[in-house]
Design a protein around this ligand. Structure first.
Ligand SMILES: Cc1cc2nc3c(=O)[nH]c(=O)nc-3n(C[C@H](O)[C@H](O)[C@H](O)COP(=O)(O)O)c2cc1C
Length: 366
């Protein structure tokens, strides 16, 4: 017999990081509005989720898909002007009902003119999410923005949905890219929390999760970290015999990368909970397992950030000066900084490297 479907929660509360990541990762939602007399209407919309002063905002363009009426006469625009309360449902449907899921948002909508402050970040987020907008003049047209969000969410089987990603897992894996230049726009705290939660689900030796994450957001902290690492790097580059002006150019570039990213995550190895062995070979294998697991945790984090509509990079610099990074951030002596992940909204699309054909990755299959 089929198990009864769980009922959705009815308590209204702000959306969780996971719910925002779910909404961000989908391509289409259904927006419900009503006119002054309460006559309802529902339209499918393309949308993006942006962060404005620490609060999520769902934004949608009044774009140039063929429509019969002018922007101001669109039912959704008339309705929002008469009555700003709206609802947006984003859902997954498959014939496998153990993978059904939805997030239902309610909020207050407004029509944002091109000169308003929220307009430019909304356009950038929509263009980043939908390549089709590159060829449409959405920057000169009003945007619908929904704020004051509350949410209810539901999934039939959290385990199954998570395994399936509830989304196109392959597209997320292939879409993730290393970004090295970011907009100044701040990063939603909920996305970082969801990404670190996802890192926590990585496989790890003995299930001991031998890693921790330092989040570096305050500009003064980023500056201190950049300065501390630059001093060590300068010494190392000089040791390599690099010309002084090349050293200065490389240092300035690296400093700029850390200053310009709105937020940095420093993944650290944390070996204290692992097994100890009397012989060096097994001890080394234990530590290698921890490093392998740190890579898996970082990948979970990167995929979650990408699925939420943001991007991240990967800088290996802390590996060459872990004590310096630890001291600059005031971290516990048991933590070994291994990388630096700048996170934010991409300033431009990076050039991606081609991948080896999958067949050439398989060396034997008998
Ligand atoms: C362990 C590791 C260290 C890396 N270190 C750096 C780095 O210091 N600087 C950098 O720009 N990219 C770094 N990268 C990113 C790679 O250059 C990038 O993943 C690769 O070029 C493939 O591009 P993609 O991530 O866009 O697919 C690193 C990646 C890994 C896995």
């Amino acid at each position: 017999m089929t198990a009864p479907l769980p009922t959705p929660t009815t308590t209204r509360r702000p959306p969780t990081g996971e719910e925002l990541a779910f909404v961000s990762a989908r391509r289409v939602g259904r927006l419900a509005t009503a006119d002054a007399a309460g006559e309802p209407a529902v339209v499918p919309i393309c949308y993006a989720v942006i962060d404005v002063d620490g609060s999520p905002l769902v934004v949608s363009a009044l774009d140039e898909k063929p429509k019969r009426v002018a922007d101001a006469d669109l039912a959704r625009v008339r309705h929002i002007r008469a009555r700003p309360e709206v609802a947006l449902t984003v859902d997954d449907y498959t014939e496998d009902w153990s993978r059904l899921a939805f997030v239902h948002l309610r909020g207050r909508a407004r029509v944002v003119a091109p000169e308003a402050a929220a307009h430019a970040p909304a356009v950038a987020a929509l263009q980043a999410k939908y390549p089709q907008y590159a060829a449409m003049a959405i920057e000169t047209r009003p945007i619908v923005a929904i704020g004051d969000l509350t949410a209810t969410g539901w999934r039939a089987d959290a385990g199954a949905a998570a395994r399936a990603g509830g989304t196109d897992l392959d597209a997320t894996i292939r879409g993730r890219r290393s970004v090295r230049a970011f907009q100044a726009r701040p990063v939603p705290r909920a996305t970082i929390e969801a990404a670190i939660a996802a890192a926590g689900w990585a496989p790890s030796p003995h299930g001991r999760q031998p890693w921790r994450f330092a989040v570096v957001e305050a500009p003064a902290r980023r500056t201190a970290l950049a300065a501390a690492m630059a001093a060590t790097w300068e010494e190392q580059l000089e040791l390599d015999g690099q010309a002084a002006e090349i050293v200065q150019i490389r240092l300035a570039k690296s400093r700029q990368r850390l200053h310009n990213a709105p937020l940095l995550i420093v993944p650290c190895l944390y070996l204290a909970d692992l097994d100890s062995y009397p012989d060096p070979a097994r001890q080394a294998a234990e530590e290698t397992m921890a490093v392998q697991s740190l890579g898996a945790a970082i990948q979970n984090l990167l995929l979650t950030v990408y699925a939420a509509g943001l991007d991240a990079g990967w800088m290996c610099a802390p590996l060459f000066c872990p004590e310096v990074v630890r001291d600059a951030l005031g971290l516990d002596a048991a933590l070994v900084p291994h990388a630096l992940l700048p996170v934010g909204y991409a300033a431009k699309d990076p050039v991606r490297r081609d991948r080896l054909p999958p067949a050439s990755l398989i060396v034997s299959w008998e």
